[in-house]
Ligand binder design. Structure first.
Ligand code: ATP
Ligand code: MG
Length: 268
């Protein structure tokens, strides 16, 4: 098997992803492919399974069935997990770690360690999990913090930061892992409205730089401007997918239309 990445193929391929929590079937067979450097936006009502999809992509969630594949990149082999295949616990653990190592997740509620400083939060994964040299990781972390305007906050604790600042640290923490894929789970929905634009601007910059991203968000302006494709998820299935200009302006499916109508006219 060649480890040379095929630059023309998709970076992410997901087939037949299924997940139940007890009797509740949350994902009923999700398929998606995402070429390198593209941005996929996932929308859908609360409880439709968006977070479960995202968490399955980096094996934070162990799905019941389905395959998640990340193509290799220079210096890193492909990562693949077949959730339905019977493998030993040890082998499953290795697959999960490989997949997790290849992607960076940005959470709705930041999920920073409260007892660690900004810098410690950012370098934890690269040094402890990835085992990279501390000096190199710190230098990279400082450059990333400077880039998002937080150089002077490196020794602050999360409680000393605003929500927008914490989320910028969350993004830097994901980038510091040097991931192949960036995953965002409603990264701005906990922020004050005047801060939302700052975080979306950073995400747009990352997209422009060529990062491959899967973004759960209800910021339709961002989706229209940045997404290459939008998926509408409802009841654990992809009801509709398309270019943002088509899906958001003229949805074909009544469920998509009803959802977008509610989103755009929340007070009706
Ligand atoms: N660990 C869990 N145990 C039991 N049920 C769960 C678990 N995680 C999620 N669920 C259920 O699975 C369904 C999908 O949840 P998920 O978090 O993926 O939805 P979502 O689309 O992200 O919703 P939201 O927009 O509210 O974040 C929900 O009904 C949820 O209650
Ligand atoms: Mg969610």
């Amino acid at each position: 098997m060649s480890l040379t990445p095929d630059a023309s193929g998709p970076l992410l391929t997901v087939t037949g992803l299924r997940k139940s929590f007890g009797d509740l079937e949350v994902l009923k067979g999700i398929d998606l492919t995402l070429p390198r450097g593209r941005v996929l936006v996932l929308i859908g009502p609360s409880g439709s399974g968006k977070t479960t999809v995202l968490r399955s992509l980096n094996a934070l969630e162990v799905a019941d069935a389905g395959v998640v594949e990340l193509a290799g990149v220079a210096g890193a082999a492909p990562a693949r997990i077949d959730f339905g295949a019977p493998v030993s616990k040890r082998e499953r653990q290795v697959q999960r770690e490989t997949l997790r190592d290849a992607s960076g997740m940005v959470f709705q509620h930041y999920n920073l360690f409260p007892h660690k400083t900004v810098l410690q939060n950012v370098i934890e994964g690269p040094t402890v999990v990835q085992g990279r040299p501390r000096d190199e990781v710190v230098a990279e972390a400082e450059a990333l913090l400077a880039r998002v305007g937080l150089a002077e906050k490196r020794d602050a604790y999360p409680f000393e930061l605003s929500g927008g600042q914490q989320q910028r640290v969350g993004i830097v923490r994901a980038l510091a892992l040097r991931p192949r894929l960036l995953l965002f789970d409603e990264p701005t929905s906990a922020l004050d409205p005047e801060i939302v634009g700052d975080v979306l601007a950073i995400m747009k910059e990352l997209a422009d730089e060529g990062w491959t991203m899967v973004v759960v968000t209800h910021e339709l302006g961002f989706a229209r401007e940045v997404a290459d494709e939008v998926l509408f998820l409802d009841g654990g299935v992809i009801v509709e997918r398309g270019a943002p200009g088509e899906l958001l302006r003229a949805p074909r499916q009544p469920r998509t239309r009803a959802f977008l109508d509610r989103l755009l006219r929340p007070l009706d």
